[in-house]
Design a protein around this ligand. Structure first.
Ligand SMILES: [Zn+2]
Length: 212
């Protein structure tokens, strides 16, 4: 739309060029918008988790679901899926589903849950209140790291125990101690003597204190 003031101020060729520019810009904007919507919806042909029909392109009627573990088999296909809000809101298993889903979702998020808003429309709580809590993936990784650490610790303990035993065996073999007093004898050796005869075992004299 060209205002009367603009029409009066410029000549016809300028007006025409300006109109073309506006049209081009509008077309670019529309293409951009369309691309954005395609991106946001990804796959309009994906099935609604409730009715099984293609989810379509009406974003205001689509609810997405996190990829979470949920024990109820009937609801597992919602994970990483989509549903029509209209289908979910009028579903006869709606309340059962929402309870189960919110329980499972609580393991991942604090504050994020499904609720029934105006006119029974199912939607999520305000995203500003969502806090990622913990995820099974994170827990699994921590458990793996913990197990690795424990295995390493166990390995080192066993290694140390075997080196200490080798030092005891050598002390008994050298005849400077008996099986019964070997720990005390090793502990009481001078640093120099200990290093000379038992340095190869890479253990400290202090380890033998109270070990007997
Ligand atoms: Zn549906």
């Amino acid at each position: 739309m060209i205002s009367a003031n603009f029409a009066a101020a410029v000549d016809a060729p300028t007006r025409a060029r300006w109109c073309r520019l506006v049209q081009e810009r509008r077309a670019t904007e529309q293409r951009r918008q369309a691309a954005f919507e395609r991106m946001a919806l990804c796959y309009p042909t994906l099935p609604c988790a409730v009715c099984g029909q293609p989810i379509g392109t009406d974003e205001s009627n689509i609810l997405g679901f996190n990829c979470i573990d949920i024990p109820e088999r009937d609801f597992q296909h919602f994970a990483d899926g989509l549903a029509h809000i209209s289908c979910l809101s009028s579903w006869d298993r709606r309340d059962e589903f929402m309870e189960a889903w919110n329980r499972a979702l609580g393991e991942y998020y604090a504050g994020k849950r499904l609720y029934r808003g105006a006119a029974g429309r199912v939607t999520y709580t305000d995203s500003a209140t969502w806090v990622i809590q913990r995820s099974p993936a994170v827990q699994r990784r921590q458990a793996e790291q913990w197990a690795q650490l424990n295995a390493e610790l166990r390995r080192r303990k066993e290694d140390l125990a075997s080196r200490m035993q080798a030092a005891r065996d050598k002390a008994v073999h050298l005849g400077i101690a008996s099986e019964d007093d070997v720990d005390g004898v090793l502990h009481d050796l001078s640093a120099e003597e200990f290093r000379l005869h038992f340095g190869e075992f890479r253990v400290s004299r202090a380890f033998f204190k109270g070990a007997a």
